[in-house]
Design a protein around this ligand. Sequence first.
Ligand SMILES: C[S@@+](CC[C@H](N)C(=O)[O-])C[C@H]1O[C@@H](n2cnc3c(N)ncnc32)[C@H](O)[C@@H]1O
Length: 251
Amino acid sequence: MRHDTPLLDIGLSRKADLVRMKATAPMQPFNDPDLVSHYAEATPRRVPGFADLHRMALLLLSEHATEAARILVLGAGGGLELKTFAEARPDWSFVGVDPSAPMLDLAKHVLGPLGSQVAWVHGYVEHAPPGPFDGATCLLTLHFLPRPERLRVLQAIRRRLSPGAPLIIAHHSIPEGAASDRWLTRSAAFAAGPTPDPGQVAAAASGLARHLPLLSTHDEEALLREAGFCDVALFYAGFSFRGWVAVARDT
Ligand SMILES: C[S@@+](CC[C@H](N)C(=O)[O-])C[C@H]1O[C@@H](n2cnc3c(N)ncnc32)[C@H](O)[C@@H]1O
């Protein structure tokens, strides 16, 4: 276990990092102090089955992990999945990676003393240690990345996993053959609470469609295979959200 280096704070001050962040991140509101201040309270209400998604991810990680597993958590800002994992598995250690400093600060706050199980990396997947890790998660994050960037990120995760280790991902995705606007409207209505305003819901749904480079569920699974994963299986669906578990293929 690595409890000795709780902070691997790699600053995003290098110009190349900043340029890439802007170029590859079409919808990155995670430096907005207002969004960050509401994130931990709002997100569980906005994503169907949010707490159970974390419990399912923990269960899937646990199928492969040893007692002292080391887990890579990409898009770890906010700290909500890390809190569930660290609370349930005090002997596991984690590397939490995120390019948003305010979201990482929130994660450190949410984790509190449980943060001693986490090495924080302010940056992207390539700033994470090489591993090998016994599992990885990337929740509510990949939908922000265009396909070529997603492939690059998934390949970088794969290189850091030991063969047979699981990757758990979940984000907005569009079921094959279904009208994407209908599913995004349902997600937007869910996020709006019990008495959603139809105009605001429609505007929110079209904002998602405009800004997120969504893939079909078929393409999501193809991408995981292309990145070096096998045994790709859907384990979670909540309106436009989908979650998959995949296994790092032996190379
Ligand atoms: C919607 S939040 C999800 C946070 C957390 N995983 C959760 O489920 O609550 C998306 C996070 O992904 C981070 N992010 C955006 N682009 C990223 C990238 N290329 N690599 C890693 N994290 C990224 C953002 O900074 C933000 O903290």
